[in-house]
Design a binder for this molecule. Structure first.
Ligand SMILES: *C/C=C(C)/C=C/C=C(C)/C=C/C1=C(C)CCCC1(C)C
Length: 245
């Protein structure tokens, strides 16, 4: 038997009507394609933007690896890959906080802003994991605590010191910052919906009919790839401006 045959025979087949599994599969492909796009376009830009695009590529690449793994886990166990989901998030969400810092650096952003956002995101995710996985009976309470950390992030970027820096920078940076702010306010709000669909609580009758993993997978596609494309557009616009200047 060839190595390929052995490899293939260990891959469990996915049922044609497994739509949750399908979204894991499509998610993996989309994340891989986006990573190739970001990595390959990176060197065409001014040095100032390369790190930002590299981070966009790292976010989708880390997600691609996790999606490949989660797809397998789902097919083999017919169970949500909660642990790997949160490992993915705890690596990629702080990197999204780094993106805010990187684009605001021209306006004098300090690393303390970056660490504050990272800290809040880690609190948001750890408390979410505790509610979803460890203390499911009090999922509503843990979700609420997680939501406070989420709102602290929203406040910081929409109205706090990050906002002031963006206004100071103006132009393309301000426009990009605003778009990223919308991703966090609207795009990230998809996740609490998935959480409420997948955990017990007072909200069960409202969201219980949704498939948690499908909601999370849609959220990831929008937020990881869309967020990266916004950064990419900034690099394109800024490079064009530099050329005409
Ligand atoms: C690429 C992955 C991203 C952008 C993940 C973001 C995740 C969240 C914004 C999760 C938020 C949650 C709440 C606000 C409350 C309930 C628990 C969470 C962790 C689902």
């Amino acid at each position: 038997m060839t190595t390929l045959n052995i490899f293939m025979s260990q891959m469990p087949p996915m049922a044609a009507d497994d739509y949750v599994g399908f979204t894991f599969f499509v998610g993996a492909m989309a994340m891989m394609a986006a990573s190739a796009f970001f990595f390959l376009s990176m060197n065409g830009f001014d040095k100032k933007w390369r790190t930002s695009i590299l981070v966009s590529g790292l976010i989708t690449f880390i997600a691609a690896v996790h999606y490949w793994y989660m797809r397998d886990y789902w097919i083999s166990n017919a169970e949500s890959p909660t642990f790997f989901r949160y490992v993915d998030w705890i690596l990629t969400v702080p990197l999204m906080c780094v993106e805010f810092y990187l684009i605001l650096k021209v306006a004098g952003a300090k690393t303390s802003l970056m660490w504050r956002l990272i800290f809040l995101s880690v609190v948001m995710l750890i408390t979410g994991y505790l509610g979803e996985s460890v203390y499911r009976d009090s999922a509503a309470l843990w979700g609420f605590i997680s939501g406070i950390a989420y709102f602290a992030i929203v406040y910081e970027i929409w109205l706090g010191s990050a906002k002031k820096l963006a206004v100071k920078a103006g132009g393309n940076i301000l426009k990009t910052h605003k778009m990223l702010c919308w991703f966090v306010l609207v795009g990230w709000a998809i996740y609490p919906l998935g959480y409420m669909a997948g955990t017990p609580g007072w909200y069960e009758s409202l969201f219980g009919g949704l498939a948690m993993d499908v909601v999370y997978n849609i959220g990831d596609a929008i937020n990881k790839i869309g967020f990266g494309l916004v950064i990419y557009s900034l690099a394109v616009a800024a490079s064009e401006e530099a050329q005409t200047a």
